[in-house]
Design a protein around this ligand. Sequence first.
Ligand code: MSP
Length: 512
Amino acid sequence: MKKFYVSTAIIYVNALPHVGHAYELIATDTIARYKRMTGYDVFFLTGTDENSLNAERKARSLGLPTQEYVDSMVDTIKETWHKLNISYDEFIRTTEERHKRACQEFFTRAYNKGDVYPGTYEGWYCVSCEAFYRPEELVDECCPVHRKKPEWLTEKNYFFALSRYQDRLLQHIEAHPEFIQPETRRNEVLSFIRSGLQDFSISRSSMRWGIPVPIDPSQVLYVWFDALINYVSGIDWLTAPAKFQRYWPADIHIVGKDITRFHCIYWPAMLMAADLPLPRQVFGHGFVYLKGERMSKSLGTGVDPGAVVDEFGADSLRYYLLREVPFGRDGDFTWEGFVQRHNSDLANDLGNLLNRTVSMVNRYFGGSVPAPDSAEPRPALDAELIAQIEATFATVETSMNSLAFSDALVAIWEFVSRANKYVEESAPWVLAKTDRQRLATALYNLVEALRLIAYAVYPFIPGTAEKMADQLGITLDIGKDWHDTHVWGGYKPGTAVISKPVPLFPKKELTD
Ligand code: MSP
């Protein structure tokens, strides 16, 4: 079985996740689920970035020991991801022992190569970004992302000789167009490298919280040097070499556009210094904005994904974000748009199709799905329905290969509309009086269309796919290659559907 290793960025623990963070997890979960369905041995890694100044300060402001504070945040973050049905295989915390060891080994390897040297750093530091800024990058003397005045830091640090890797990095990126996606991010990174790379500080002398520098325990590792290493410590680089051999290099790192540079420049250079292979791809997705504002914990402009799930269910949020924000581009979260998609695409189009079909199987056939008429050629109406679902799966496949979730969902919903139209065109309520055999075929076709829709939507809205299967009286065989499961005619006649269909998405009104 081919392997597929996919990761998200690991999030900071100084505040709870907002919908922007959830977006990244949802998108990555969709990839992981799709890959599992298409025959891959998937490893999906996520986790938390805990050795940061922002976490230490937050704990101090609450009067809590830092470890106690980060532990409690991790519990809440995991709870949010569970609510959203995020099927990660492993959750790495940067306070874990295996991670500390991996970081120290990275440092030592780079040091032994002559890539680490002591020096003095002076510069503007934004604690929310955990990054230094050059004066020309500041906007009105403030951090361009958090709009807060950065702090002036002067420290004796250890530096990583990034400049030594400039040529190798350029060669790699130029020779592997797929390494940085989408194209806009690739161009940004290329021009940044061409403007000249500067060595960067990889330790802090003023902080106690963090991973000690092996050759100088008076310093801790800079949080970004530490955090990037999660991608290897999370698959047990030093603790389970066979597992590491199996999954490394990562097939894709999913990260936000603000941190693409760390992943496309620092991280590959660090891997080169440690003599490890580079990941196959870094995908820098866009941002989700709220009323035109970047969602931000420190700006206080965020939507709590846990609260949205409690009110609407995980799949409404998953569907909305995947459908509304073309992956790689920015998008807006609006309550109006969200409720609209929930009511029209989910409750009406998909929910009603299931509801009507199951009700009619109960009404006309006592709840047992009838066998279709197998005579050839099929009526044109049926042949068209079948051809469209086949074309839909083909579109889903091409779209998913380029992570175009939105295109895949558009194609699936075109089929959902086609199936709704099929109900009107075949008019089972008329057939019930005139042609029972045709009625049986029409209802079988609708049930089979719904079975296939359940498979098609599973990577995006897995909870709904399971509920659909339940009401259709089947279980989804997710472990089986979907090329086998999506063949028309897989539904077994005689199967009993649920006797009273349950609405998949209760309709909602927009309230203040
Ligand atoms: N801890 C670092 C990542 C280290 S990875 C080795 C970090 N954490 S974060 O909590 O600030 O962000 C986590 C992820 O969420 C990042 O990929 C970031 O780009 C993404 N997003 C943060 N806000 C977002 C939006 N408003 N919209 C979409 N993604 C957003 O950066």
